[in-house]
Ligand binder design. Structure first.
Ligand code: ZN
Length: 243
């Protein structure tokens, strides 16, 4: 049981999640979810139900916490606030109870999973080599999985301390025995790598490899649902560009 599907920022996008699940069928035994399972997208209940049914080991994200009413949304961009409100009203009790039960970090097979970063698991950022260096300095782990930025990204700290960062291509496999790593698989439901595909990663903890995937999905179906619900046009349109 060492093959993991690692997903982040699914954001209530059922079409994107289903595409990833169908593409990776049979390739994993365990499922790690790095938070922000809901908000932004039109299907919070269905996405939570799918993730739970697959026995996901998940952490809480800041948007999950916002929907539970336990996160200060004053720093959110203004156009998302009506969607936070809609999601709060339209997420069922059962899904909310599951979200409420999620920890801010999970340790698994010598790695750790958080939504944002180790110092500030809900709201922090890892967007630069400098921020990566701060995380490596406080991390006792060889491998940290994070999300939150919606940007697929890898940071490597080699044994001599040198840090490098890059954006893995579709199908790229990274050998994680080479050093210490911070890994963001990218976002399933609202990717921002200028590629509208749903982003995913497959981690084999025994072979110490991570393979990065980008899975196309029918974006226009998700967009139509969002338009029908009256979600802000900017949020709808960005899905087509992956920005
Ligand atoms: Zn997010």
């Amino acid at each position: 049981m060492s093959r993991f599907l690692v997903l982040s920022d699914i954001h209530a996008n059922l079409e994107a999640l289903e595409a990833v699940l169908s593409e990776t069928q049979g390739l994993w035994d365990r499922f790690l979810v790095l938070g922000d399972t809901v908000d932004y997208g039109p299907d919070p209940d269905a996405v939570v139900a799918a993730v739970r049914a697959l026995g996901a080991e998940a952490v809480l994200g800041n948007h999950d916490a916002a929907v539970l009413g336990i996160y200060d949304t004053s720093q959110f961009r203004r156009e998302i606030l009506p969607v936070v409100e809609w999601t709060t009203k339209n997420t069922g009790e059962s899904a909310k109870q599951w979200l409420q039960s999620l920890p801010e970090r999970i340790e698994v097979e010598g790695a750790v999973a958080v939504h944002a970063n180790l110092a500030d698991p809900l709201s922090g950022y890892i967007l630069s080599k400098e921020q990566a260096r701060e995380q490596f300095a406080i991390s006792p782990f060889r491998l940290v999985f994070f999300g939150h930025t919606h940007l697929c990204r890898v940071y490597l700290q080699e044994t001599n301390g040198a840090i490098s960062g890059w954006t893995p291509k579709h199908g790229e496999t990274v050998d994680v025995s080479r050093g210490r790593f911070l890994m963001n698989p990218g976002s399933v439901g609202q990717p921002r790598n200028q590629d509208p595909s749903a982003f995913a990663a497959l981690w084999d903890s025994e072979r110490q490899t991570i393979r990065f995937l980008r899975v196309p999905y029918p974006v226009s179906i998700t967009q139509e649902k969002m338009l029908r619900l009256g979600f802000p046009r900017e949020l709808v349109q960005r899905l087509a560009y992956g920005v």
